[in-house]
Design a protein around this ligand. Structure first.
Ligand code: TMP
Ligand code: ASP
Length: 252
């Protein structure tokens, strides 16, 4: 079914196909997992189905509070219809608790709460290993304008506040997350929209009571139980009812 459509772009975890009408695309969630710039690879059966559903749920909720994003509707187990955007080549990371590369860079113990939420920008380029960049780099190299940087900062803080509450209510600590933005052109005016996905692949989610990891660090650090943890996140969000047989439910 997906094979006859024109492929626009294939990334590590998703494929974009031409959409049914101009200005739309179909985003297909693969089961492929990569880490450390694709040096580590695996196929985790059912991951794409869970991430499609979790990302649908989060993007829909964000839209309802006015955080404009690319999501239009879910089409089937692995695909969603999205607005076509021009991706801004930045990974925007927001952190509430020290972990991962921040802990390494500054020698902070993982799990130490940060004095305030910290937003970082990384230049999206696998060949360079997605380097950390400053606003000076972003404007000098024309990756985004100062207005777009301001819009991304404001939207990211809203996403953080909302997701902190959403996950907090179901006993999950939002340690950090990565999001991406795109622009849509309306005549000569470009508007910034949240794009890509929000799922356990792109967030650090810890059980609030035990600090057990419920996210992609289980794969990065060989902790096992990756799909079980992603499924647990979906279950706590109350969205498992429509996907009872995720793991067998391979095809779209
Ligand atoms: P980091 O601590 O490795 O910089 O990761 C920060 C957050 O960004 C964490 O939630 C994982 C997420 N992330 C991605 O989604 N993709 C990536 O390529 C990287 C490096 C991190
Ligand atoms: N997504 C990145 C990669 O494939 C890294 C990561 O998420 O850890 O390599």
């Amino acid at each position: 079914m997906t094979t006859r459509r024109k492929k626009i772009y294939e990334g590590k975890a998703k494929i974009l196909y031409e959409g049914p009408e101009p200005g739309t695309l179909i985003q297909y969630f693969k089961d492929d997992a990569t880490a450390f710039n694709a040096q580590k690879k695996a196929v985790l059966e059912g991951k794409g189905v869970i991430n499609n559903r979790i990302s649908e749920y989060i993007m829909t909720r964000l839209n309802s509070i006015g955080v404009q994003n690319h999501f239009i509707r879910r089409l089937n187990l692995r695909e969603q219809l999205i607005k076509e955007v021009e991706i801004i080549p930045l990974e925007v990371v927001c952190r509430n608790v020290a972990a991962g590369s921040l802990s390494q860079r500054f020698g902070l113990p993982e799990g130490q709460p940060l004095p305030r939420s910290i937003i970082e920008f990384y230049y999206k380029d696998d060949k360079l290993g997605d380097p950390l960049v400053s606003e000076e780099h972003i404007t000098a190299f024309n990756w985004a304008s100062t207005q777009e940087i301001d819009d991304m900062l404001a939207m990211t803080l809203r996403v953080n506040d909302f997701l902190t509450g959403l996950f907090g209510a179901v006993g999950i600590t939002l340690v950090d997350f990565k999001i991406e933005y795109g622009r849509v052109w309306e005549n000569d005016y470009a508007r910034v929209l949240l794009a890509d996905e929000i799922s356990p692949d792109s967030c650090r989610l810890w059980d609030s009571a035990t600090n057990e990891k419920l996210d992609k660090d289980r794969f990065r650090r060989d902790l096992g139980g990756v799909i079980e943890s992603y499924t647990e996140v979906a279950r706590r969000l109350g969205i498992m009812k429509e996907m009872p047989r995720v793991i067998e439910g391979g095809a779209a």
